[in-house]
Design a protein around this ligand. Sequence first.
Ligand code: G
Ligand code: G
Ligand code: MN
Ligand code: NA
Length: 256
Amino acid sequence: LQLESDLQRAVERQELSVYYQPIMALDDRHIQGFETLLRWHHPEQGMIAPGEFIPIAEETGLIIDLDLWVVEEACRQLKIWNQIFPMLPALTVSVNLSGQQFSYPELISRIDQVLDGSGISGSQLKLEITEGVLIENTEVAATILRQFQDRNIQVCLDDFGTGYSSLSYLHRFPIDSIKIDQSFITLLETDLEKSEIVKAIVNLALNLGINVVAEGLETPKQLAYLRSIKCQSGQGYLFSPPLDLAAASEFLYQNN
Ligand code: G
Ligand code: G
Ligand code: MN
Ligand code: NA
């Protein structure tokens, strides 16, 4: 497959870039961090969305190095931002981790290498996982999440609400935050039942000391509702789309 071999060479040809989408505190709109999102500028096909190439990367196993390259880029960038914006000491970067990483024996040592190499403390790194990982690899996942916890690396459960969403995971595993899937946030204004579900999720998470991020936040009305139920964080076009590196740095200048 052409796209597959192209992807293999994409990193060395510098066709991949990391975009950064701001994650904001809903009460005072200060920036808490960014989620990294990969973009591929294909020489012939133009911009290819991750929805298209992440599955290829997963089928070929390339995803292992790809995710870790993003962790490395993110930490390198954080180091620079820490120096430019010392008033933002708690700024975090959230990186998506494919479920395949949980079958990769070198995961922790590779992450340790990146942290050591960049001098970034684990507490500024967040890893976004999906609950599928916890269902399919319960034992291994528990061990790996504990190793993250030992390093103060935070763990965010992504796409929350779309799968089994067994609430028992929230106290069985060391999870710092959940990201409510945008399909719930989109319906907040029109679907009362969905609103009640979001409210119940936020309440439960609050009681467990887990931070909630609303994803795909687009309208002031959604923001008002989320604030009224004490949801702490949000990410979406209301605040900013995913930004390239220059625009993300500019966003920090404007928002600190
Ligand atoms: O940015 P966009 O909405 O197109 O991203 C689509 C999906 O691709 C998201 O669900 C996101 O989790 C996934 N994705 C984006 N970047 C990465 C990455 O670096 N690693 C992994 N594993 N998934 C990513
Ligand atoms: O990792 P995850 O699947 O959660 O990736 C989030 C995806 O949602 C990214 O592809 C990002 O581009 C997209 N996204 C971010 N903010 C918004 C938004 O406000 N509305 C919509 N429709 N999509 C968004
Ligand atoms: Mn994500
Ligand atoms: Na998500």
